[in-house]
Design a protein around this ligand. Structure first.
Ligand code: HEM
Length: 177
């Protein structure tokens, strides 16, 4: 018994040696998954859409080189920058951008009086043509970046009762509001 007790102190460093060698390796291992904080917020895959007042929309009128160009039809704001040859500075349809040009698109008119959201008095044919261009040109070609504030509020600030969020193109409640 006395001999074993005497060997004890000499064995101890030998037993500790493998542990000391393993320690640096253990420090190099990645921390266990449970020690990492859980990622709760995931940013949306696409940029969330915005609500545009008239002055905000007017800033995207194609006059400044390098700025995006936006055009609204039926209160939906499209990024038409890729159609610069139509909408950029000096291009044939530049008058349509930086605003809601629903009426002009419906009537195929660039008359300043028609460059408005107002659809009052449009004919059945013009309304059909508007929907065709809205679906087959704008929705098909250009990304939606937001809506005009008029879609939600009337000019006097009262709620626009025609606005139904669930009817909006690309509507997703968690991204938009
Ligand atoms: C002589 C009169 C006009 C001619 C010859 C003409 C010609 C054209 C052509 C050839 C395109 C197709 C371009 C392409 O997809 O490559 C086009 C597109 C278009 N035009 Fe006209 N156009 C005229 C007048 C107007 C007017 C008055 C408006 C008023 C709103 C208008 C609005 C548009 C729009 C919104 C597009 C779609 C542009 C896009 O793809 O983003 N056009 N036009």
């Amino acid at each position: 018994m006395a001999g074993a007790a005497a060997r004890g102190p000499r064995l101890l460093p030998l037993l500790l040696l493998p542990l000391l060698l393993l320690l640096p390796l253990l420090l190099l291992l990645p921390p266990a998954a449970s020690t990492q904080p859980e990622l709760r917020f995931r940013p949306p895959a696409e940029a969330p859409v915005r609500l545009f007042t008239e002055p905000e929309l007017a800033r995207y009128d194609g006059q400044q080189e390098g700025q995006p160009i936006y055009l609204a039809v039926k209160g939906v704001v499209f990024d038409v920058t890729s159609g610069k040859e139509f909408y950029g500075k000096g291009a044939p349809y530049n008058a349509l951008v930086g605003k809601d040009s629903t009426r002009g698109v419906a009537k195929m008119s660039l008359d300043p009086a028609d460059l408005t959201h107002d659809t009052t008095g449009l004919t059945e044919e013009e309304l059909k043509s508007l929907d065709d261009i809205f679906n087959n040109v704008y929705k098909a070609k250009y990304p939606i970046v937001g809506y005009t504030s008029r879609r939600i509020l009337n000019e006097d600030g009262s709620p626009n009762l025609d606005f139904k969020p669930e009817d909006q193109p690309h509507f997703s409640i968690k991204d938009e509001f």
